[in-house]
Design a protein around this ligand. Structure first.
Ligand code: R5P
Length: 294
């Protein structure tokens, strides 16, 4: 028997993906004890299972995935697939300061040891470009939601209104180009300098003129929102009339939306890999198509 398994935090995406693939959806029941330990429960013993869970706020989730995968193997599972639209710990891909753990590599061997296939969306790969290097020897796929964000923009009338897409730095370039191509819009990629977790400056290429333009900021992750806020400031300083934002992974707490509004960001939308009130772009078709060939 093949099934698709969701967690309480991934219920919506798991449900739409199960419908799209034609598998029965089962949900893990979780209990967190007062001391922080997790109890994981699933009444099923599938031969093959697709497990859907984004790894934002990852630490508890990783342990629970380990328990689930271990239990499914004990029950005889032959193939386990992890669909983690947001894959954690990809940014620490080198020892930036002496003694730091290269989390990306450790995550790769941890998850690669639990799952036969891993599917993710716009993982933050910078110096390591290929997800196959994170999961050596395993079957893995890194999808991009850029074209879907571009289609969202197009559906808002972006072409007629002459929107321009702005990415904060070269790391956002592939996403920005994919969105711009799908939408038929111009794009600009800035230069970001990060001095601390929330201390970020975004610069635009010399001569950038945004007078009267609607700017759609696009980035893979909005976390603290520092990058978005500084890019918005600089867009308005260059003459922008409106600023909107779209992201693949909405990691920020919903309370941040108030600060975004005050900064003049009209709306923020996200893909639905992480359940969030800003979800406006569905990923299930993209993921289902790739699962069929992986
Ligand atoms: C960073 O390198 C990513 O591409 C994002 O730009 C970054 O994670 C956004 O973080 P924040 O919202 O905290 O500025």
């Amino acid at each position: 028997m093949d099934i698709l398994i969701g967690f309480p935090d991934s219920e919506a995406l798991a449900g739409s993906l199960a419908g799209r693939i034609g598998l029965a959806a089962h949900q893990v029941v979780l209990h967190r004890f007062p001391d922080g330990e997790s109890l994981v429960r699933l009444d099923a013993a599938p031969e093959r299972a697709i497990i859907v869970r984004s790894l934002d706020q990852p630490n508890n989730k990783l342990v629970e995935l380990q328990f689930l995968a271990g239990a499914l193997r004990e029950r005889g599972a032959k193939e386990l697939t992890l669909v983690a639209p947001y894959l954690a710990y990809m940014r620490q891909d080198m020892e930036f300061n002496p003694g730091e753990v290269v989390s990306q590599r450790i995550m790769g061997s941890w998850l690669g040891g639990l799952f036969d296939r891993v599917v993710t969306v716009d993982p933050h790969l910078h110096r390591i470009h290929d997800l196959g290097d994170v999961f050596p020897g395993g079957r893995s796929a890194a999808l991009t939601a850029g074209p879907l964000l571009g289609q969202w923009a197009k559906a808002q009338g972006a072409v007629d209104q002459g929107w321009v897409i702005l990415g904060p730095d070269e790391e956002s370039e592939h996403l920005v180009r994919g969105a711009a191509m799908a939408a038929g819009l111009d794009s600009i990629v800035g230069l970001k300098v990060r001095r601390g977790d929330t201390d970020v400056t975004v610069g635009l290429p010399p001569g950038t003129d945004l007078t009267g333009r609607t700017v759609l900021f696009i980035d893979d992750i909005i976390s603290s929102g520092g990058t978005l806020l500084d890019a918005t400031k600089v867009a308005y300083a260059h003459g922008a009339a409106r600023v909107l934002a779209a992201t693949v992974h909405a990691v920020f707490p919903i309370e941040r939306l108030a600060a975004f509004k005050v900064a003049g960001i009209e709306t923020v939308v996200s893909a639905d890999g992480i359940a969030h009130p800003t979800n406006a772009v569905g990923l299930s078709d993209l993921i289902a198509d790739r699962l069929a060939t992986l």
